[in-house]
Design a protein around this ligand. Structure first.
Ligand code: NOJ
Length: 732
């Protein structure tokens, strides 16, 4: 066995060596100093126009002019994914006077050629190692095609599932969000693409969940909720950042000097560059803080935006603003310096151009597919499993798979950007056929004309198939225009006619397993009372359906956990686990309590929740010392037992609460988690290290406050964790 493994590894070596990819990381010490000298020397040789050119980011498509690369008027490009086209723009650099390499950007959000689950679905795995690998393979494939910069990770925290972009983030929590941000940053950069934590800052708090809308965020909350994942990404080595579209407390993020310069560069010491979002500099006119594009360019640059994405505003106006003395040359030089610094630290000046003949060899490798499959399995959350209907029992002799989503649509099959042709994506009926005994009949009815579920193709045929089967698997959810950027919704039900179908399927009396593929938590209140099981997935990528089939058939024991609370109704939003207490908590549901007259307070499925085919119990929560000095750490331990019949993974979560402090503290705050595999019957002691500095909050001046006093510690498998211990925070 060992010999075979070694032989297999050796066989892999030549291919691996051919693509040896340098991880991207900030250089330090002498190397960093040498880079500063090179940047100085290069800056001295540049004309005003060439300097502005380094801040000009333009994209593939109509109007793209490679001549601007040759003339030194464009230093960055985006959306080039075909290696031969990347090579063409790189060749244009060779024809320019200074031959400054291009930074080549792309939204490689959850995959390039191999697709992984949507970022929210990756976060649902609560497995940072796996998330890092998904980002690594995304970066690796993208960089093999010549891309060297990704507009990811999106690290915006959001408590509002009406906002369509929650699918790009890690959910509602700053701690989980920070762990995921760091993992993704490491992974992408190890794979060879520089990262861009975005959108700096507060974009996820868009009022009413309406995309691009204003945000109003108190300083304390900015520091405790929205900024930590950015900080984690920068600490992990992110080399660039992207400013947000929204106005934050009345100041558009694209002109927000307090955030971009004072905090990011000043306080945090960030040395990389900041790009605007798509056209967001010219949008400063629409925000009402600039009369024209020249003023918008000036305000953005002076606030700290180094690069103009797709606005053409710096390109057209910045040189004029400098000549007129409205933008000091020093400010322009600083922006250019940051861009050149990143290019040097990325090693772009030494890097050979992309080799289109080699690129395809690194697409869709077996290793990347294996990671995609595991990420899809671990990112699926079993929300309901009445009477243990899952995994599919032996007595089930026929399964009706219903819903167009179960079979990927031809035009929705991921095209291969590197020119490898289309891949085959396994359908759910086929994946089930491969896994269930030969005697089990699998019928399939799409019911809808398309994945979107907005129009019936043949509803009656779907109902007939369901009525004739022992078990119904309905794959429904959000697709098409219902999710992502500019896809805010006020109703979080199943789009189109899907609810009508679901009710008809339930009315057949057959047990219905609802497999959901969505971009956000939907309101599942009706389903939670009527269907037998709910498996929540967030578009699982290339291997989504095999992963779903693995879970349905019991080949994989589900382990995903909710990264963002599922509301009972839209009117509860924002509903999140780490609320502050009120002076009128819910006690007996009477008037003058902080409750709704027509809805419960708690979400349908809380943060951290997720079922397994096993059952995990917690006992003996304890601390290594009863008191904890403000600058110290304490070890928290708990014994976790797999009390169920199957081996499975548990996500053990640690929450704290400080019941009395100088500021009102959340009812629960996540401060640690571990994902562990436990055999049936196994008990393991898990240890967490709690740092007193983690236990503070920020005040309205942005200062960190850690108060002495009692801290309650809860351990368990969700934000409702019950095993309890405590520690006393002391001044010394
Ligand atoms: C706009 C989005 O807000 C941003 O996240 C993305 O990177 C750019 N478009 C480029 O596609």
């Amino acid at each position: 066995m060992l010999l075979r493994l070694v032989a297999a590894l050796l066989l892999c070596l030549p291919a691996a060596a051919a693509f040896a990819q340098q991880p991207l990381a900030w250089k330090t010490g002498r190397e960093a100093q040498a880079i500063e000298r090179k940047v100085d020397a290069l800056l001295k040789r540049m004309t005003l126009e060439e300097k502005v050119g380094q801040l000009h980011l333009s994209g593939r498509g109509d109007g793209f002019d490679a001549g601007q690369i040759r003339s030194g008027d464009m230093g960055a490009v985006m959306n080039f994914v075909v290696p031969a086209e990347v090579l063409a723009v790189q060749k244009a650099v060779r024809e320019s006077r200074l031959k400054i390499p291009l930074i080549i950007g792309l939204d490689a959000v959850h995959g390039f050629s191999t697709y992984f689950p949507l970022p929210l679905g990756q976060a649902a795995s609560w497995n940072p190692g796996l998330i890092e690998q998904a980002a690594y393979w995304t970066g690796r494939e993208a960089s093999a095609a010549g891309v060297n910069w990704t507009f990811a990770p999106m690290v915006d925290i959001s408590r509002d599932p009406r906002w369509g972009r929650v699918l790009e983030g890690a959910g509602e929590d700053a701690y989980l969000g920070s762990v995921v941000a760091a993992a993704r940053t490491h992974g992408y950069q190890r794979g060879g693409v520089a990262t861009t934590p975005k959108h700096f800052v507060g974009y996820g708090a868009a009022e009413g969940g309406r995309d691009y809308n204003s945000t109003w965020i108190p300083t304390s909350q900015l520091f405790d909720l929205y900024l930590p994942p950015f900080k984690a990404s920068f600490d992990a080595g992110a080399m660039t950042a992207m400013a947000a579209f929204n106005a934050l407390n009345g100041v558009p993020a694209t002109a927000n000097k307090a955030m971009l310069t004072d905090l990011l560069r000043g306080k945090w010491g960030f040395r990389g560059f900041v790009t605007s979002d798509f056209g967001s500099i010219t949008e400063l006119r629409l925000h009402g803080i600039a009369r024209d594009d020249a003023e918008a360019a000036r305000k953005a640059l002076l606030a700290g935006i180094d690069m103009d994405m797709m606005g053409d505003v710096y390109h057209k106006h910045l040189a004029g603003e400098v000549r007129a003395g409205r933008v000091p040359m020093k400010a322009l030089d600083e922006a250019v310096r940051r861009v050149l610094r990143v290019k040097y630290h990325m090693g772009l000046f030494e890097k050979p151009d992309v080799d289109p003949s080699q690129a395809p060899k690194l697409m869709q490798t077996a290793e990347a597919s294996a990671v995609a499959l595991q990420a899809a399995r671990e990112g699926a959350i079993l929300l309901r499993n009445a009477d243990g209907i899952l995994p599919i029992r032996e007595g089930v002799k026929s399964v009706a798979v219903i819903g167009a989503m179960a079979v990927p649509e031809e035009e929705r099959v991921w095209t291969d950007p590197a020119g490898l042709g289309r891949r085959k994506i396994t359908s759910l009926p086929d994946a089930l056929r491969e896994r269930l005994p030969a005697g089990v009949a699998i019928a399939y009815q799409p019911a809808f004309t398309r994945n979107c579920g907005t129009e019936f193709a043949d509803k009656e045929a779907a109902i007939r198939a369901a009525a004739a089967a022992d078990l119904v698997v309905a794959m429904l959810g959000e697709d098409c225009e219902f999710m992502g950027e500019a896809a805010s919704r006020t109703k979080l039900d199943l789009p189109g006619v899907q609810q009508e179908l679901l009710e008809a399927l339930v009315a057949t009396g057959k047990p219905v397993v609802l497999v959901l593929q969505t971009g956000r938590p939907l309101v599942l209140t009706w389903a939670s009372e009527h269907v037998a099981a709910i498996l929540q997935t967030f578009h699982g990528g290339t291997e989504a359906r095999p992963a779903i089939a693995d879970i349905l058939t019991g080949r994989y024991n589900p382990s995903g956990r909710v990264p963002m609370s599922f509301p009972r109704s839209v009117g509860q939003i924002p509903v999140y686990y780490n609320q502050l207490p009120t002076g009128r908590p819910e006690k007996i549901r009477q008037r003058y309590e902080s409750i709704y007259m027509d809805e419960r307070n708690e979400p349908l499925y809380p943060f951290g929740f997720g079922l397994s085919y096993s059952r995990f119990t917690y006992a003996n929560a304890r601390v290594s010392a009863s008191s904890l000095p403000l600058s110290g750490t304490v070890e928290v331990s708990v014994d976790v037992t797999n009390a169920g019949p199957l081996e499975g993974q548990e996500v053990a979560q640690l929450y704290i609460r400080q019941p009395v402090a100088s500021l009102s503290r959340p009812l629960r705050e996540l401060k640690g988690f571990q994902k562990v595999m436990l055999k049936a019957g196994e008990t393991r002691t898990l240890r967490f290290r709690l740092d007193a500095r983690q236990l503070g909050v920020h005040d309205e001046q942005g200062r960190s406050v850690v108060d002495p006093g009692e801290v309650e510690i809860y351990l368990g498998g969700s934000s409702r964790a019950e095993a309890k211990t405590q520690v006393l925070l002391t001044k010394t």
